[in-house]
Design a protein around this ligand. Structure first.
Ligand SMILES: O=C(CO)[C@H](O)[C@H](O)COP(=O)(O)O
Ligand SMILES: [Fe+2]
Length: 223
């Protein structure tokens, strides 16, 4: 278990992005989660390379880039150039996932694969040894601030079992509707990394909110 907290800048104030990135630098966050949406794979467009580069320019923590785009192979090198340290593609968006994962690692980034809520973890059985991270979507991707899907707990547990069966070490990340009320249960189910957008940025004191999520981590380790 790694116990990583990754606030999602999708919920930041885009007109004052530098302030929010600096706030995250000062916080106990481990990674900055960066959601790239193309308006095709998901029904929303977020931002592209110049914005990711600008975030990276001010960030003192690794960028955990979540690509919600079709045919991500076209842009892997570009995301490396703008500062991605962890690059996650969607299983549903890749025709040759094994090749895509190999290319991400060849470029010197950690390679992740994301699953939509309807996609069972079993589809990853033959790629588990090759990936560094699996991102389980706990909402349908495309927007921040959505309601957490409860079946996520079953998926985390099933993925943990699959990892044990295949003797694979992967970081299990959960993304969507995560907050201080469900975080501990997610960690206990076997999650290593939690993404939180709305919960952090809608809080009166985002730094305290992140600290609270980190504190839950400590409780989980001790449990
Ligand atoms: O990938 C995402 C949406 O597709 C975001 O990372 C996710 O939704 C985080 O936001 P919130 O915590 O507000 O649900
Ligand atoms: Fe995300």
């Amino acid at each position: 278990m790694k116990h990583i907290i990754a606030p999602s800048v999708l919920s930041a104030d885009f007109a004052n992005l530098q302030d929010d990135v600096e706030m995250l630098n000062e916080s106990s966050a481990d990674w900055l989660h960066v959601d790239v949406m193309d308006g095709v794979f998901v029904p929303n467009i977020s931002f592209g390379f110049p914005v990711v580069a600008a975030i990276n320019h001010h960030a003192k923590k690794p960028l955990d880039v979540h690509l919600m785009i079709v045919d991500p192979d076209r842009y892997l090198e570009d995301f490396k150039k703008v500062g991605a340290k962890i690059l996650t593609v969607h299983y549903e968006a890749c025709t040759h996932l094994h090749r895509t994962i190999a290319k991400i690692k060849e470029l010197g980034m950690k390679a992740g694969v994301a699953l939509n809520p309807h996609t069972p973890v079993s589809v990853l059985e033959d790629i588990l040894e090759d990936v560094d991270l699996v991102l389980i979507m706990s909402v349908n991707p495309g927007f921040g601030g959505q309601k957490f899907i409860e079946n996520t707990y079953n998926k985390i547990k099933a993925l943990r079992e699959l990892c044990a069966k295949r003797n694979a070490e992967v970081i299990i990340e959960v993304d969507g509707g995560v907050n201080k009320h469900n975080a501990l249960a997610l960690l206990k189910a076997g999650a290593d990394a939690l993404v939180a957008g709305n919960a952090v940025f809608s809080a009166e004191d985002p730094i305290a909110e992140i600290a609270e999520l980190k504190k839950l981590n400590i409780e989980a380790i001790q449990a």
